[in-house]
Design a binder for this molecule. Sequence first.
Ligand code: NAI
Length: 286
Amino acid sequence: RGKRAFIAGIADDNGYGWAIAKSLAAAGAEILVGTWVPALNIFETSLRRGKFDESRVLPDGSLMEITKVYPLDAVYDSLEDVPEDVKNNKRYAGSSNWTVKEVAETVKQDFGTIDILVHSLANGPEVSKPLLETSRNGYLAAVSASSYSYVSLLKHFIPIMNPGGSSLSLTYIASERIIPGYGGGMSSAKAALESDTRVLAFEAGRQHKIRVNTISAGPLRSRAAKAIGFIDTMIEYSIANAPLQKELSADEVGNAAAFLASPLASAITGAVIYVDNGLNAMGVGV
Ligand code: NAI
């Protein structure tokens, strides 16, 4: 049987989640997607109308199939956590079962089990503010959406993950080196995500034989990255200074994710894997 993957954090064809889905699909996996509730309508409409067909083409010429798209808001673990104003918000009221616990339950009802869990989502409402100007709420929101969301996803999906399964998130080097402009507590959130990768690898490995890794990716002009405001500068900086002087393509991250999810990586867990043209290894820009 082919493997089944759930990828949280796809709302268009520009981000890392989409590229990971394609690489997994090219390797024969069945693709389930979790899409942020406010972005669900436009994503599903665009899919249905063929807007993504060009970017659905796989190396063998076939089109990637997404078996099912689930509404998801990874900031809420279960229905009891959802505040009234969100429940009544018209962008949310049209969907149901989108808290992490409910999505895992629905996937279980629909398919029984999965083999691969991918977390490709982040959100920091104050990302454009320096850390010294970040509010407590902004900082906690960044960690809730970008770090705890992963703990919660893994916790709720582990019971339906087959032993030998693999789980993966996306991180950024701002967790360990100073990247001015990556503010709002997002650098802190990525540091938490990387530390949690190690602890979760231990717990999920011992209890369920599941591997947990994170990819530290180089800069990509995704929707989320454009919102930060400095992505073009980061891409230029990388091309100028990295050992490999080329623009990073999302597919290169997708292919690394497919490797990490596969039995080829059966002894790799608790790792931060750099897919960044080697920029992390530089000490100075030249
Ligand atoms: P993206 O915009 O394609 O993906 C982010 C996704 O998160 C969006 O689909 C958004 O709808 C979703 N999202 C936000 N809040 C959510 C919530 N509460 N519940 C569910 N979904 C939610 O952008 P990108 O850049 O591909 O981001 C994917 C991951 O890659 C993120 O973890 C990001 O930090 C990471 N990354 C991105 C880099 C870049 O330069 N673009 C560099 C290194 C890491």
